[in-house]
Design a protein around this ligand. Sequence first.
Ligand SMILES: [Zn+2]
Ligand SMILES: [Zn+2]
Length: 391
Amino acid sequence: MISMRPDMGRMQCFVASLLARHGALAEPIDPEGLEVLAPPPVQQVLQVSELSRLGFGATLPHGAERVGIENDWLERCGRLIGERGRYARLVLPVDAPAPSDAQRALERALAVDNASIRLADVSPSWTRYAVLDFRYSAVSDEKRDGILRLGVNLATGALADTMAARLAAEHLADTEDAAPPAEAGLPADWEPNRLLELVERALYPRLEMALAPFVTGLRRRLGRDQERLYSYHADLHREAMRRGALLDEGNPARQREEKRLEAIEREYAAKLHDLSRQYAMRVSVAWVQTLEIITQVQRFAVRIRRRKAERVIHLDWNPLVRRLESPPCEFSYGPDRPRLVCDDALHLVTPDGMAACAGCGRAFCRACHRERCPKCRHSVVATPMAAQCAA
Ligand SMILES: [Zn+2]
Ligand SMILES: [Zn+2]
């Protein structure tokens, strides 16, 4: 049972709906408060008595406990929510006419330098997207939190970053859930390992992009402190050198200056080490929720030819964002373009995925050989960030 008033704040509304969902009675009271009659399980999790008053504004109702984001109430609410809201499903039927210039849409989505690409067919279809939200937190001398969203088209394997970013928020609020037609032919769930591998690879480059401004600031502060440290110790060092040079060899005072020089060097090394620890960055990422979106698309069949070999791939044109999804780099799932096609399997990879081996210098496809160079067995490292994490 819940009564909402238009003048209620967001936190007040949120707590009132949460309480109602868990069988509590919550009545708005003035100023900016709730009077709550809670069943025992809710009392226990929220640490309130059977009858309690909660306050959300600057002035509390008589006898009310303050609820806000600065105290532990978010955690208490989190415990009450539990695993609810981790997974949602949304069916979005859209009238999806094919783009008027399909060839051009293809050229914009897929630039391949070393193979020929031909549009074979465009047909209306349905697909499922898994939109995964991750919470990341980077801690160094400062802290940065954020949400990273990864959208995967389960039919084509394309990463639908633009769709995921734009669509989820604006369509969730006011869409009635509909059922897809039985003949929609939706793609099945992926094997957990396939999805995990994609997430593992795709998160790194996106996390790097999201954290780039934070890392730049961190490097700047580190550089500034290193310079300060250097100039301080260089001055001390110069001064000790100068004093030592004025004294004769064998003079005990000269030996003292030499000891002092060593101490300055030791201290400088120790301070540098402290700095690198102070600015070391620890990044943690945790999955928060998954939104499944079922919608209509226009499916492009695309023929890739390189030398004598041929391969057909499928790409979806998403009418909600009016865009043909680029195929993923089959090695890194990174967001950058263009693509190269490998000789053996006609994988589409970014130039990094076809780079020369760090061991023997021979270029090879990282999608064909994920672990090691086929010639010299030098091991493959996914991204610079992965390299740092591995190190
Ligand atoms: Zn090699
Ligand atoms: Zn390959």
